[in-house]
Design a protein. Structure first.
Length: 248
C-alpha cells in the first residue's frame, strides 16, 4: 500500500507482469490487422496478443473504492464483515471503531477523493515506466467509480466524490501516448438482488446480466475507450450465463 500525498487514503497499487493468469479482454489492438471474429471460443481464442502488452513488462493496477475508507483488510471488506461467513477480525474492527447500526453504505459519503489529481497520477505512472494501467471501476460490492445509469445512488457521482473518477483518469491517461489504458470490472455483485435471484434460479435466468452487467460494460467501453477490460468475479457461473462470447 502506498501513502502518497496525491492518493486519497490507501489505494492498493499492484505491479503486474505482462503475462498473468487472469481473464482479460483486449479490445483495441493498434497496429494489428483488422479481423472479424465469431461469438465462440475457437474464433475468439485465435485473436493475437497485442505486441504492446506482450512486450510491456510493467503495468500498474489501481484498486480503489468504498473499501478504501475503512482501509482495513482488503477490497473484500464488506463480504468479510457481513457476508455469509463473517470474519471475526472484521466484525471486531467495526465494533471497535464505528457506532452500532453503521452500514457499509455509510462509508460511501466518506470517499471524498479530495486529493485526487488525475494529471499528477498520469505523470507518476508515466515517470515510473509503466506501459499500461488498469483501474478498478467496480468491485464485488457494486459501487461504480463512474456515473453508471445502472447503479443509481451507488456510484461516485451520486454519492461520495461527486465526480466521474474513471472519466477523469481516462482523460489524463489518454494524453500520454506511452501508456495504455485499462479498466477492471467485477462481473458479479455479492449482494445485488438481481444477481442473487439469478443465483437462486441456478443461473437459468439472466436478469442481472441483461439489466446491470452488460449495460455497465457497454458504458465503460463506449464512454472511456479502454484497451483492456479486465473482468473478474466469474467463478460462480459459466460463460454462457455471463454472455461472454457475445460481449467480446
Amino acid at each position: 500500500r502506498l501513502q502518497h500525498p496525491m492518493i486519497t487514503r490507501y489505494i492498493l497499487i499492484v505491479v503486474t507482469m505482462a503475462k498473468v493468469n487472469a481473464i482479460m479482454m483486449i479490445l483495441c489492438c493498434a497496429g494489428l490487422v483488422t479481423a472479424e471474429y465469431q461469438p465462440n471460443w475457437p474464433s475468439l481464442d485465435a485473436r493475437p496478443l497485442p505486441s504492446w502488452y506482450d512486450e510491456g513488462k510493467f503495468g500498474i493496477f489501481l484498486v480503489w473504492g468504498v473499501y478504501s475508507v475503512p482501509s482495513f483488510g482488503s477490497e473484500w471488506f464488506w463480504e468479510r464483515w457481513q457476508g455469509p461467513k463473517p470474519n471475526k477480525t472484521y466484525v471486531d474492527f467495526m465494533t471497535k471503531n464505528y457506532p452500532p447500526g453503521f452500514s457499509y453504505a455509510d462509508f460511501a459519503p466518506l470517499l471524498k477523493a479530495e486529493l485526487f489529481d488525475p494529471d499528477e497520477w498520469a505523470k507518476l505512472i508515466s515517470d515510473a515506466g509503466a506501459k499500461y494501467v488498469v483501474l478498478t471501476t467496480k468491485h464485488h460490492g457494486g459501487y461504480t467509480l463512474w456515473p453508471s445509469k445502472y447503479s443509481w445512488n451507488w456510484n461516485s457521482m451520486d454519492t461520495g466524490p461527486h465526480r466521474d473518477l474513471v472519466g477523469d483518469l481516462a482523460t489524463a491517461i489518454h494524453e500520454y501516448s506511452d501508456i495504455h489504458f485499462g479498466l477492471y470490472y467485477s462481473l458479479f455483485e455479492w449482494f445485488h438482488p438481481l444477481y442473487l435471484k439469478d443465483k437462486a434460479n441456478g443461473y437459468k435466468t439472466q436478469e442481472y446480466v441483461s439489466e446491470v452487467m452488460l449495460p455497465q460494460m457497454y458504458e465503460l467501453v463506449n464512454n472511456y475507450k479502454p484497451e483492456i477490460v479486465w473482468s473478474d468475479g466469474d467463478w460462480e457461473a459459466n460463460d454462457t450465463y455471463w454472455n461472454s462470447t457475445e460481449f467480446l
